[in-house]
Design a protein. Structure first.
Length: 59
């Protein structure tokens, strides 16, 4: 007679069943997936320091 799996083993077998296709993919298929694009520094970091740095907002 088969014994019931305890919850930990059931979760492990479920996780391995779902992860097996990804783990068995060849490296060439995984390399063809789109890489994460490079991110820019954003608008908060100027490439060069402005010449006018006196803080006078009227001019």
């Amino acid at each position: 007679m088969m014994r019931k799996l305890d919850p930990d083993r059931r979760i492990l077998s479920w996780a391995l069943t779902l992860a097996a296709p990804v783990l068995l993919l060849p490296a060439s298929v995984l390399a063809a997936l789109a890489p994460t694009p490079d991110s820019t520094e954003g608008p908060f970091y100027p490439e060069r320091i402005p010449e006018d740095d006196n803080g006078d907002l009227r001019s």
